[in-house]
Design a protein around this ligand. Sequence first.
Ligand SMILES: Nc1nc2c(ncn2[C@@H]2O[C@H](COP(=O)(O)OP(=O)(O)OP(=O)(O)O)[C@@H](O)[C@H]2O)c(=O)[nH]1
Length: 467
Amino acid sequence: MAVAPAALRAIVLDTLALWGVAGGAEWRDGALVVTSAEGRSARVLPAEAADNPVRWFLEAAAPGGPARPPRPNLSVVGLLASLRRALGLPQARQPLRIGAAERADATDHPQPQAGPPGPSDAPPAGATPVLVVTGFLGSGKTTLVARMIRDPAFARTAVIVNEWGSVGIDHDLLATGRDDLVRLSTGCLCCAVRGDLAQTLLRLDDRRRAGEAPFDRVVIETSGLADPAPVLQELMTDPEVGARFRLDGVVTLVDALHGEASLAAHVEAGQQVSLADLLILTKTDLAAPGASLRAGLVALNPHAGLIAVTRGAVSPASLFGAGQRPLVPRPVGKRVASQHTDGLGCAVLAPSAPVPAAALALLLRALAEQADGRLLRTKGLVQIAERPAQPALVQGVQHVFEPPEWLDSWPEGGAGTRLVLIATGMPPRWPSRLYDAIAAEVRDEVARRRATDRAVPAPPSPATLPA
Ligand SMILES: Nc1nc2c(ncn2[C@@H]2O[C@H](COP(=O)(O)OP(=O)(O)OP(=O)(O)O)[C@@H](O)[C@H]2O)c(=O)[nH]1
């Protein structure tokens, strides 16, 4: 058995908690007996070597009903899917989706026309404009900012990026040897790292004066969970910051695919919309923004402009100047500042050994299926065992994943997997426990095939992960 009994029990208990099922799991007579408070039960039996490739059998009994024939499972990932059924839970509402197909009618949203000529390379007179780019998790902020700073007319843009959680990924994606990129990580800009923002801006300005970091404007990319109000307040109330910088505007990105659900479920999404000067609907290539999403945006913020943009393809000039305002907070109606969705948590998966491509495929499937609805964001760099010299960028927003993308080289922190998962109600050790079990099974299978002299099948290409 590649996965130790205690490890399997821990995974099952964590998974029950993730599903919101009150229940238990105990090893009895060589089987893991899983019970739910509703009176359902199932027995997990490790398969014998002769049963290969089956690794687990699952025997389920409905309340009062006869036991059904044991169900064979080839991996711990399949076992969890079978257990879910056995306990009477509905199947994942949103199974894993990779590389979402484009909408056939994706052109019905006119792209905004290029705005007036962008700021030139000449330094602006007076205070330096600061644009705040916000939007819920995975709405497309980094995509937009990365595109902006690749535009030669906007090369002199300093970027301050804030991420929720202990490991920053956006910084690595945006950094291309830039001196004017600052990471405000390990906390949420609207609560944990308050005060740092003013200091960061002032330090940036000092470095500019010393000729170390030439820039004409600043973009602050907030974390997807930030309430922009305290951020604006900090910009507006620090007199030293006010003397050197001015708030240019707040641009809030709203994902056309997930936006309506995010607004309904997460208070942060509404806070971000309510403070926008300009709302940008993203991913309209994947989903047509429905009338109710549009109506919801207007209800939250009737004053903001609204445009649709695909993959950040917008003239940066049209983003600046949307909300130039004096440095005094404007009233935004009744709202609770810096409140976060209940049970929100962040886990980082950082296995020390490279990740077999097959294990990544299985992990993504299990995340999407079992954390159904609870998983908000997955992103990170993965060191794939079959191609360790290049990082594979893994991006997922809820159950929708992009095909992993190979980056040219490892960023500053060096080679090694760091995959960040943001979810609600997820036991913090569930992803790493599950990954360890998956990786052990994959290693075991490779060793078994080698021992029996069977060809080890080619790993799935990360471009097609997973079937
Ligand atoms: N199809 C499609 N995908 C998009 C679009 N904009 C962004 N994406 C993808 O959506 C995923 C999330 O994009 P990011 O730019 O990282 O989103 P973010 O808002 O910075 O994410 P967080 O910082 O985690 O909140 C990535 O896989 C992007 O490639 C779009 O307009 N269409």
